[in-house]
Design a protein around this ligand. Sequence first.
Ligand SMILES: [Zn+2]
Length: 630
Amino acid sequence: MRRLPVILFLFFVFVSIALFPAGASGNYRNFKVSVYARVYEVIRMDDLNWLEPRWNELSRQVKVDKIYLETHRDMKVAGKETIEKLKRFFQDRGVAVAGGITATVNEMNRFETFCYTNPEHRKKLKDVVEYTAGLFDEIIFDDFFFTNCKCESCIRAKGDRTWTRFRLDLLDQAARELIIQPARAVNPKVKLVIKYPNWYEHFQGLGFNLETEPKIFDGIYTGTETRDRTWDQHLQEYLGYSIFRYFENIKPGGNGGGWVDTAGSTFLDRYAEQLWLTLFAKAPEITLFDFAQLQRQIRPTDRAPWQGQQTSFDFDKMMQPVPQPDGSPVKPSTIARAAAVTFDQVDAFLGNLGRPVGLKSYKPYHSTGEDFLHTYLGMIGIPIDLVPDFPVDASTVLLTECAAFDPQITGKIKKQLSDGKSVVITSGLLQALQGKGIEDIAEIRATGRKAILKGFRGQDALPLDLRILIPEIQYLTNDAWELVSGITQNDLGYPLLLQAGYAKGSLYVLTIPDNFSDLYSFPAPVLTQIRNVLLRDFFVRVESPEDVSLFVYDNNTFIVESFLPGSVDVRISLDSKHGRIRDLITGEELAAQPGAKTLGFGGFGGGGGNRSVCPVQIKPHSYRVFSVVQ
Ligand SMILES: [Zn+2]
């Protein structure tokens, strides 16, 4: 008789472990949510009468697993008693705590960072690190562990080196001497995480070292915020997804999460998009920056003009009162509510998606060239998987200008082609490799001349006020073939996609317009031709205009997302063996048209070929999630 309760107890332990595996908190099933509090708010939180109503307002909207309490920013430090009090406050509410450090002297002065040749600044950072390591077992370093200092002392220390080399070395050394060693000396079990911002193309110039830091820090973290692309960073929406995957490829299993702030979005849809793109990339955690910004009231102007059509982010539905555990309805008030509805929505299907996959594209460490081009390609339906090492196993590799930073790159291209694989290079890379052995594969030249396109072969002319400037690529007739062509004013054709054979493989040259965003003005059939070649190995592709992205997973699931302000018709092109797809949100099943002729060019260069096609509609700024029905 006395044994039964023990057996029952063990049974319940077993069931709870099965239902709530280690690491899952029971809030959201597929990811954790953290909130970051800057030192300014941490200091104010010392007054619990200030903190409590604000925390209640936030936490009854978003289920929060962890809070980062910042100890330093802008030379301001939060006191030990305050931190200890706040640790108790949050832990009592079931919320994990971690520390945060921002290495700025004055963020408001154009992001003034520490000067790492200044002994006082170095001592300050080391002191802050030691102090924080004594308070927390996990510390994250927000965005600013780089340097933009060009004081006399830094100019002298730089000597003959480039700024990039000088700062890479300086910050690598600072990471070891001012962060890793002192933190471990105080707290041997402390987990040190470096969070990187969104401007990865330019990191090396400011000393962010993606080659060495991910190896010496316990974890990395990703800024996935892109805001509106008209803003001064000019980031494409797709970056919010691809940057997380890129950093995950740099430190597999060590990219702790994605990080989004609330700034720079004209409409609330853009905020929600940044959150769900982070989750589409399978970030295990998402951090909401920050405690203060999350108090921001929802305004009527946050409602986008395309609302009212049951879009993925439904503003009016979000504003419905939320029933509380005690039954009382609460009217949504702050931007945190937009995060909450997004998390609930994505959590419902995220577990059905496998591992994200994309067209492998090699970006050597500390490289630049055709800056952020990959994210523009993501906006025209080409799923991108950025990798820091040359992907020898990929049957198709995409190489942009930044690949020229690898001195062995032409040899690696040749090897792929000799192995019967495909390599796509951009016109920017072609130009960079000219005279460095690329002509040994095919005598294709970037002439330095330009052409102005009025349209494309086989397509209606562009509107009269729209012209596209491209570099003129020259090739030897019958050594290379033109698969896609642009047309100039006097009906002269220019190559946009070339194919040249080498051994058993194919080299493709993709012409990139001088203004990358002119890719968005390519008509849908032209984009489809390009996708058919670049994505020839993919079980799914989209046939659509610009600003429609495709996210592909390794278990026959995929997401199609539109960033357009109006509804768009998209043809989903599948391997002909696939006949049906299921919408994983609505459950609706759709039959593909077998053997339907695709809009691609079919035979030459491969890729168009025999596909099943499924027409779907995507609402403005919305996504649909599908699974192939086996
Ligand atoms: Zn300096």
